[in-house]
Design a protein. Structure first.
Length: 364
């Protein structure tokens, strides 16, 4: 009987979930297309490219629509049980709210795992591709976060190598006024200055011109100088992707790329609080699907007379309150008030306790 009960609840939940996701994704697509239509038309973007743009955007729309769809599915599927007096019959048969909730909570766990993989695989890949399309085909008021021209860049490839550029073109992979200093054993061992650098993809090296290469001895005294004006291929020890990373914000990277970036930054002695908070959020935010299930179930049961209408209304406050606490925790983490892991999980912990409290109240 219990297996049939699980299948019955899950079948309703999954049907409503599918319809909700389709609805949200369709709305997001239509709104985004209307917003971008003038940009596509002004820049004569081919229809095929527009189609590709939205194919790559679909995972992102699915990601942001999934938690809301899960909440709606939880409230509506249980609301139907209450409305049709099936929940009353279950209680009379000795079936508790915990037993009814089991298949939905399990679904919340599985959907949280799916959300994590979706965000850190398909969404990140799709965002990268659509940003490329935006940069290559939509020249006017590009909305993506990666700037096409970076100015006054200063970064470290490792603890010893310091690099600066006054300007760098992301699209053309061309930089100006390079200064590269290799500190060696605390004292400078080499310095490279170049008026212009250009990445040569076939050779896998940089082409530099109007350059000087200075070599220093162990005491930091200059012993050799090489000067050239013609284009010369040279291995500078870094790649365009290393420069591109300087233009990207933490929330634009997936969990695995963030972990690699944090390791690199720590080796270079760079502050990583924002990066660490964002990395933990990549995990905690995936559990939104479980949190909304835990909060949504008792909202329907507590006020059986209100049923779907009360549950739906209360759910709006739950989802917005949850997002508000997520942002609040993120802000405290960025400022160093809370540790990265606590700031990232604060919203989850608070609403998990709220969900447990609501379950306790609805058990009778």
């Amino acid at each position: 009987m219990f297996k049939k009960l699980d299948l019955y609840i899950l079948s309703q939940f999954l049907v409503i979930l599918f319809l909700s996701i389709m609805g949200f994704v369709s709305i997001f697509l239509i709104v985004d297309l209307i917003e971008n239509l003038d940009r596509f038309m002004d820049n004569n973007v081919p229809k095929k490219i527009v189609l590709e743009y939205y194919v790559y955007t679909l995972p992102y729309f699915l990601s942001i629509g999934l938690p809301m769809s899960v909440l709606i599915s939880t409230v509506v599927s249980l609301g139907y049980l209450v409305k049709r007096n099936e929940w009353t019959a279950m209680k009379a048969s000795g079936i508790s709210i915990y037993r009814v909730a089991m298949p939905l909570i399990l679904s919340g766990f599985l959907l949280s795992g799916f959300s994590f993989l979706l965000d850190n695989k398909l969404v990140s890949y799709g965002n990268e591709k659509r940003f490329d399309i935006d940069r290559d085909y939509v020249k006017r008021k590009s909305r993506h976060k990666i700037k096409n021209t970076l100015k006054n860049l200063i970064f470290q490839k490792n603890l010893k190598t310091h690099i600066s550029l006054t300007k760098y073109s992301v699209q053309k992979e061309k930089g100006y006024d390079l200064t590269l200093v290799d500190l060696g054993h605390e004292l400078i061992s080499k310095r490279i200055d170049a008026k212009k650098i250009n990445w040569e993809d076939k050779e896998g090296k940089w082409s530099i011109n109007n350059y000087s290469i200075r070599v220093f001895d162990q005491e930091g005294i200059e012993k050799k100088v090489y000067i050239g004006k013609q284009d010369t291929l040279i291995d500078l020890g870094f790649f365009p992707k290393d420069i591109h990373q300087q233009a990207r914000k933490p929330d634009e990277l997936d969990f695995f790329a963030l972990s690699d970036m944090i390791k690199k930054l720590k080796k270079n002695g760079v502050e990583t609080i924002k990066w660490e908070v964002t990395r933990y959020l990549k995990i905690s935010f995936a559990f939104t699907n479980l949190i909304v299930v835990l909060c949504g179930i008792p909202l329907v049961i507590i006020r059986e007379k209100g049923g779907i209408s009360f549950g739906a209304g209360a759910s709006i406050f739950v989802i917005f309150g949850y997002y508000a606490f997520i942002k609040f925790g993120q802000s405290l983490g960025f400022k160093g008030v809370l540790s990265p892991i606590i700031s990232a999980w604060m919203g989850n912990i608070i609403f998990l306790l709220i969900g447990i409290g609501l379950f306790w109240k609805s058990r009778t």
